[in-house]
Design a protein around this ligand. Structure first.
Ligand SMILES: [Zn+2]
Length: 471
């Protein structure tokens, strides 16, 4: 491309040129992506660069509006190297005796590798390796007849007690109980100490008229999809444990769902320590162990992320109920099965307009459901991808903006370092927390939230509670 062509593309804010070049502005000292929406520079003040490194070498700094460095990091082949390494860890965790082995295999220094894992998987290499070992152990517990001890050593644990302790912490039951799920119709998941149960109850009853879930006293009833088929679950919420009953369906799948619902795998205590260290004890006061309750399925989260954008919560609940009534049927006890991608994909937008969906929302919802139903959007693959890859995949879908995508990353894919930009709950929470005389705009939100990295999703869930009465 000639300079004149590149200048024409930046005037047009052409996102398709992102990555092909970057431009710097001499007068402001910043460099940008071609798509940047900031005020357009005069031709004589612009210089073009092939990489962000070249722009930095020229003494420029990254624009805070278009975030050229974030883009460049994604375009970087380093991301693919990290993803390949992560895939190796997941498939053969026993090949990595410890974190130094992981560092050696990566070819990066320890510091860089640590930074990459934090950025792309929102965790540390050690934690990633630990979870990969536990996942491998769970698979073997269900598929093999090896003893628990044999499995512990096979997947790379040095002591049986470390295996038991970590297994129980992240799964809420012992390896032996997990194995027993193969034929179970009921199971119990232990909650960590000081688990803020009232907040979980609030999350589970946020739409009291929901057609798919209902909280009655201390029992949560829901119709979910286990391995594709609708199933009823009942969960008795006790201060120290969740007792789950399911008349049919796979208990191992139900267990994964319950672990997500309770947010067991999230390191809430680490965030609480960070918040206190930063002087924000009141952000976490009374709910230090608060987790982000994960949606029953990624598709449920996706439907909600599309329905909920740009409208208030109560109206979003109404639309979701109407959609469920339209495409699903009562399964048992007045509970409906959650809508499937196929059922929504078959709709015509005109069918949703009488339900008060805007034309655009109807289009978006049907479009994304068709992508899922046809396999073009593989939701099952997203949780094991890097956060950046998952974010890009989702942002490329028509109708999914930064709010929806980040909402989905934190509520359905378990990523701990996301901010749903533009979320009014986050901005009003930040206003209260920082005692601002205004609601922070996008850039200020990004800047204020930076302190909470790598736990910005957890910060978000606390901010959502900050202006609300205690449950
Ligand atoms: Zn810019």
């Amino acid at each position: 491309m000639t300079s004149a062509q590149m200048y024409a593309r930046l005037l047009a804010s052409d996102a398709s040129c992102n990555g092909r070049f970057f431009f710097g502005v001499q007068t402001t000292g910043i460099y940008c992506l071609p798509s940047c929406r900031a005020r357009k520079p005069r031709r004589e003040n612009v210089r073009f660069f092939p990489t962000v490194e070249a722009a930095r070498a020229a003494g420029l700094r990254a624009c805070r509006k278009c975030h050229p460095d974030d883009f460049a990091r994604g375009a970087d082949p380093v991301l693919e190297q990290i993803e390949t390494l992560a895939a190796e860890v997941r498939t053969t965790p026993s090949a990595f005796a410890d974190v130094p082995a992981l560092v050696r295999r990566s070819g990066f220094g320890a510091t860089r590798l640590f930074e990459f894992f934090r950025q792309h998987f929102h965790t540390t290499p050690a934690e990633y390796l630990l979870r990969a070992r536990l996942e491998a152990a769970k698979f073997q517990l269900l598929q093999s007849d090896a003893t628990v001890a044999e499995i512990a050593y096979t997947v790379g644990f040095e002591t049986l007690s470390a295996f038991h302790e970590n297994f129980r912490r992240l799964n809420g039951l012992t390896p032996a109980s997990y194995r027993a799920l193969r034929n179970a119709r009921a199971f119990t998941v232990a909650l960590p100490e000081n688990y803020p149960l009232p907040y979980l109850k609030r999350a589970l009853s946020r739409d009291p008229q929901s057609l798919t879930e209902r909280l009655t006293g201390d029992t949560y009833h829901a119709c979910v999809r286990l391995d594709g088929a609708p199933a009823r679950i009942a969960v008795e919420l006790r201060p120290d444990e969740l007792r789950v009953m399911l008349p049919a369906g796979s208990a191992t799948t139900a267990h994964a769902l319950i672990v997500g619902l309770a947010g067991l795998t999230q390191d809430a205590p680490a965030f609480a320590r960070l918040a206190k260290r930063l002087g924000f004890a009141r952000l976490v006061a009374g709910r230090e162990n608060l987790r982000i309750s994960q949606t029953p399925s990624v598709f449920d989260g996706l439907v909600w992320a599309v329905i909920g954008q740009q409208i208030n919560f109560a109206f979003a609940c109404v639309l979701k109920r109407r959609l469920t009534e339209l495409v699903s049927t009562e399964f048992a006890d007045g509970l409906y099965a959650p809508p499937t991608p196929d059922a929504i994909a078959r709709l015509d937008p005109a069918q949703l307009l009488p339900l008060q969906f805007s034309r655009q929302k109807a289009d978006y919802l049907i479009n994304v459901s068709r992508l899922v139903a046809s396999g073009q959007l593989d939701l099952a693959a997203l949780p094991s991808q890097s956060a950046l890859r998952a974010e890009r995949t989702l942002l490329a879908v028509r109708g999914l903006g930064p709010w929806s995508v980040n909402y989905l990353l934190m509520r359905s894919l378990g990523f701990l370092d996301c901010v749903p930009l533009g979320d009014t709950g986050v901005t009003s929470g930040l206003q209260t927390l920082f005692r601002l005389d205004h609601r922070p705009e996008r850039d200020e939100t990004v800047q204020l939230m930076r302190a909470f990295s790598p736990y910005r999703s957890l910060a978000t869930t606390h901010l959502w509670q900050l202006d609300r009465p205690l449950p």
